[in-house]
Ligand binder design. Sequence first.
Ligand code: BV8
Length: 240
Amino acid sequence: MVYKHPSKSNIVILTGAGISAESGLSTFRDENGLWCQHRIEDVATPEGFRRDPQLVHRFYNQRRAQLKDVKPNAAHLALAEWERRWKEEERGNFLLVTQNVDDLHQRAGSRNIIALHGELLKARCSHTEKVMAWSEDLATDLPCACCGNPGAMRPHIVWFGEMPLEMETIYAALSECDMFVSIGTSGTVYPAAGFVMEARRNQKARTVEINLESSGSPYFHEVFEGKASQLVPNLANSIS
Ligand code: BV8
């Protein structure tokens, strides 16, 4: 399939854990996924963090430490190359919105990224809300790099019940996009799961899903089932 885009064409990409699966990072809901090993309520909610901060720190420390052992795969690299080409040819806006908190898109060379659920390699001061780059373990007895209080730093991660980041920018891009591509997400968590509907509200957007198995959403014009490392380069190369 070849998509012939008009000279100016705005692209919005949404990625989920499935794009990082072939790099060796666990997804959430697949077999042996993260939610099989931990209850969401215990490790991915503010209540869980208040109840047992050390458990939550352990959950994110393990995932943060794993980042040095993995690298971007062909899907991450194809998105970075597509964005570079789009910018070089002045073809329009290219925005990558990721639900992932790993750093694989950044390491692959993607530039215009919104990590709407936060990032493992950042920490936030609970008193000042200041966000800091952070690649080490967090702990309840660790003096905060911002206010000095022990245990004041939390993962810069959006937990369930918390507001995702840069939502206004995302909705503005969805209202203007000519193509919306969802890659490697089960489409179970809102508001990200509703982005394809937002894109469809602007009649011009073509919506495409790439997933190991279709999420079943009725809002995609095309669905490609298979591995992101094969299907994302195919799609990116088919766009002229
Ligand atoms: C909010 C960070 C409002 C943590 C995450 C009832 C109805 C609707 C909504 C709600 C409701 N009750 C509560 C809500 C809101 C809630 C929600 O949606 N809950 C769900 C469970 C129903 N949402 C929230 O709380 C959000 N905030 O609504 O705030 C608000 C308003 C005002 C003021 C304040 C607040 C915040 C949600 C963010 C939670 N944080 N992540 C962390 O990473 O540890 S969620 C986490 O799960 C991910 O970030 C992602 O968003 C989500 C889904 O995960 P996926 O990435 O899709 O991964 P999954 O394993 O599910 O799927 C993997 C897919 O990949 C599969 O389809 C598989 O087939 C595919 N795949 C696998 N391998 C490959 C592949 N595809 C291609 N190639 C491969 N090789």
